[in-house]
Design a binder for this molecule. Structure first.
Ligand code: GLN
Length: 272
């Protein structure tokens, strides 16, 4: 009799252990700090149960860029995400892998979402769900300060630099035949600017606020030409049909930080 009770007790403990391990397994290795909470905690909605992986660009100032003094990524996107996560009480980890890589990781399910100065477009809505917009910007033509290129008409025969998977690249490709220029693709914004500065490429397309920040902060030998193209809104994105909870928290948090002044403080910190 005693031994039977012992066996049942051991079996019960085993079940308990198995359930705990299973619970940890679904939420990822980074949750080890929260896995000590008992099973009853799962009913408490405020208990952090998951660390969301958020992908981002790696050089897109002032939205995300490496602060070389602290060796940490800072910027409008990083601050908005931090404020939204604090407001909504979720854990996250940012991976600054680059723009094209971020889109790939979200589509592959390797990241739960992305915040990367990403423009909300109808074309992208086929594969992403977007949050409400949080910043307005569009693309602009960029050339060397002394360049004679004064409009799209002057791009005939020019080798134009673009950044893979961006709206600048999509736009440039859509008009390249009409204006008679060729495209050269780069993986990140600074390399694309360098190609124009050193003359490998005659022009590039970049988001206006981002190139404006780069020219000013680094005194780059570049200037913008003409008006903003395709003005739009930046949004936080998840893979279409997934992470609805995360998207919902982002929208609620964004509304809250807009209402309580934090959003304006973040923009003001970066000169907006
Ligand atoms: N806003 C542009 C886009 O969505 C560029 C984004 C980026 O380079 N990080 O394509």
């Amino acid at each position: 009799m005693v031994s039977t009770i012992r066996r049942i007790a051991v079996a019960m403990v085993s079940v308990g252990v198995t359930l705990t391990v299973a619970a940890c397994g679904t939420s990822g290795a980074s949750n080890t700090t929260t896995s000590t909470s008992s099973a009853s905690d799962t009913t408490t909605s405020s208990a952090p149960s998951k660390t969301f992986i958020i992908a981002s660009d790696n050089a897109f100032a002032p939205f995300e860029y490496l602060d070389t003094t602290t060796n940490k990524y800072v910027g409008v996107d990083m601050d908005i995400l931090a404020a939204v996560a604090a407001d909504q009480g979720f854990n996250y980890e940012v991976r600054n892998v680059g723009f094209d890589a971020s889109m790939g990781q979200v589509q592959a399910g390797q990241a739960d979402g992305m915040i990367a100065g990403m423009t909300i477009t109808d074309e992208r809505k086929a594969t992403f769900d977007f949050s409400d917009g949080y910043f307005s910007d569009g693309q602009i033509l960029v050339v060397q300060s002394g360049s004679s290129i004064a409009s799209l008409d002057d791009l005939k025969g020019v080798n134009v630099a673009v950044k893979t998977s961006t709206q600048g690249a999509t736009y440039a490709k859509s008009i390249s035949d009409q204006y008679g220029f060729t495209l050269q693709y780069y993986e990140d914004s600074p390399t694309m600017y360098t190609a124009v500065i050193n003359g490998s490429n005659g022009a590039c397309f970049e988001d206006r606020s981002v190139i404006g920040w780069a020219i000013k902060s680094q005194s780059l030998n570049l200037k913008t030409v003409g008006d903003v193209i395709n003005p739009g809104q930046y949004g936080f994105a998840v893979k279409k049909g997934t992470n609805a909870d995360l998207l919902d928290m982002f929208n609620k948090g964004l509304a809250n930080i807009k209402a309580n002044g934090q959003y304006n403080e973040i923009l003001a910190k970066y000169g907006y």
